[in-house]
Design a protein around this ligand. Structure first.
Ligand code: AMP
Length: 398
């Protein structure tokens, strides 16, 4: 495995797998270019060191071959603009003689975008012959698409075998992996994970995996009530997964066996309606009246969560502890965010990941106060579940 900072790109065509799966409106205008911006450091590095970036990406979900509405053409002018006016061309396809010739003609400092990889079903099937054809377009391969790193696709993993000595991570994937490893592999202790969100069922594999690693596990949000019910409490109308009562008991048992400090809400903010106009009352978590539902953590619970967080060396936050989209029930998640910022100021490493917690952090305007925000979705969750990511393993040669 090579390193992008030290690799000699001069005169080389660098095949870069990026995630340019950006949203487009009906006029094919980019409505959010975050993903393009995220890949810029890698693209710029190749250009700065005398190479030519050959960009590979998917866009949307084309079903049967090429479809105009999934073409990468609308990205060309914007990428050129983001690169300060660099020449950016687009190939009519991602493989084939014409594309190979175009890639061969690209001059140092110029960029060629290959057309949507998913116009070929071989891409998602991880077809080796297709990967070999993609590989013909470059001298080295850079994987900078963490969002698809959990997929063993042709361009994200299989292609690596054609570049045994010329493969590397881009800056984006490198920082994702380094940040995640700071949590999962070498955390500064105590390590605290806050898992929130609606359901136990969608988080169970991560929780089980984290029980082997964390010192403190704060479980909040809707999943609280499955635990409460499992322990004989009354949950009223709160969200509760009756099929997971055993699972909840088992998590508690495992946490005790492994010496993990499991922290859950003892009081909650209950409401008589799922709306900003609801009447609310703070009640004991195990004593929610009929017709009421727990929609946020109560003050005693928030204080407990804060104390644990502010004494942590490393923090992972995945999922809100209440219905943060509604102002009345956002207090708990906001307090978690503030406590993470405080801990980070005192030297803790904090990582926020998973769609809804990122939305929380943005809503509360505290993004700059946390150490790292991962936007990777599926890949992040699989990493936290303890799975090997094919797109990472392929680069490392594992
Ligand atoms: P997830 O995608 O599993 O992380 O779930 C996030 C969602 O969980 C958010 O939309 C929250 O509104 C929701 N949520 C958090 N706490 C509760 C709760 N007590 N009752 C219902 N939904 C909740």
């Amino acid at each position: 495995m090579q390193n992008i900072s030290t690799y000699d790109f001069s005169g080389k065509k660098a095949l870069i797998r990026v995630d340019f799966n950006v949203p487009l409106n009906e006029n094919f205008e980019i409505t959010d270019d975050t993903r393009m911006r995220a890949a810029l450091p890698t693209i710029k590095k190749v250009i700065e060191k005398g190479g030519s970036p050959i960009i590979m990406s998917h866009l949307g979900r084309p079903k049967n071959g090429p479809e105009d509405k999934f073409s990468l053409k609308p990205l060309v002018a914007h990428l050129s603009e983001l690169l300060g006016g660099a020449t950016v061309k687009i190939a009519p396809d991602c493989i084939g003689d014409e594309v190979k010739a175009m890639a061969g003609d690209v001059q140092p400092g110029e960029v060629l975008i290959l057309e949507n990889l998913r116009f070929y079903k071989e891409e998602t099937k991880g077809d080796e012959g297709f990967a070999a054809k993609l590989a013909e377009n470059g001298d080295c391969w850079i994987n900078d698409a963490f969002g698809t790193a959990h997929r063993a696709h042709a361009s994200t993993a299989v292609i690596s075998k054609f570049f045994p000595n010329d493969k590397m991570f881009g800056f984006l994937i490198e920082s994702e992996v380094e940040s995640l490893d700071k949590v999962v592999k070498s955390p500064k202790r105590p390590l605290t994970a806050i898992m929130g969100g609606a359901k136990v069922s969608s988080k169970i594999t991560i929780i089980e995996n984290l029980l082997d690693k964390v010192d403190n596990l704060i479980l909040g949000g809707g999943m609280t009530y499955t635990f409460v019910k499992a322990n004989g409490g009354n949950v009223g109308n709160s969200i509760c997964e009756d099929d997971y009562l055993e699972t909840a008991k088992n998590i508690e048992k495992l946490a005790a066996e492994k010496g993990v400090n499991l922290v859950m809400a003892t009081d909650v903010l209950a409401a008589d309606d799922f709306s900003q106009d609801a009447n609310t009352q703070v009640v004991n978590a195990g004593n929610i009246p009929e017709g009421w539902e727990g929609l946020d953590a109560g003050p005693e619970s928030i204080a407990k969560f804060k104390e644990v967080l502010e004494n942590s060396g490393t923090i992972l936050w995945n999922g809100p502890v209440g219905v943060f989209e509604i102002e009345k029930f956002a207090e708990g998640s906001k307090a978690i965010g503030d406590a993470i910022v405080e801990a980070t100021k005192k030297g803790a490493f904090s990582l926020v990941g998973g769609g809804d917690s990122v939305a929380c952090v943005n809503k509360f305007g505290i993004a700059s106060g946390v150490s790292y925000i991962s936007t990777a979705g599926g890949a992040l969750l699989e990493y936290l579940e303890g799975k090997t990511l094919p797109g990472v393993a392929a680069v490392r040669g594992e």
